[in-house]
Design a protein around this ligand. Structure first.
Ligand code: ZN
Length: 104
């Protein structure tokens, strides 16, 4: 069973619990916000094929500094959301207000 950690409290989550906590896709920076269901810490990450990239927003970009492998993870960018899929499940992360601004 693949478990994905919170970088702040080190709780580990099953993919369904983890990806349901993603929100506010920022298309311009290609990142999603994530709020930990346990400790409430908010993180930002990029969903990539086969891995999650953690890092920092900087000057309108998002620089990945740490990666967590999630075998089979896929992503598809839509106009107003990011679709994340793994093991035939799909999680839809709507574009947040800031994400809309960043996409222009
Ligand atoms: Zn946490």
């Amino acid at each position: 069973m693949m478990l994905i950690p919170c970088m702040a409290c080190e709780s580990r989550f099953r993919p369904d619990e983890y990806f349901r906590a993603c929100h506010d896709y920022n298309r311009g920076r290609d990142m999603v916000a994530w709020t930990c269901p346990r400790c409430g810490n908010q993180d930002e990450l990029r969903v990539l094929p086969g891995e999650l990239g953690f890092g920092y927003p900087r000057r309108g970009r998002f620089d990945v500094s740490d990666r967590v492998r999630v075998p089979g993870l896929q992503r598809r960018r839509q106009d107003l959301r990011l679709d994340i899929s793994l093991d035939e499940k799909v999680w839809r992360v709507p574009t947040g207000r800031r994400g809309l601004v960043g996409a222009r």
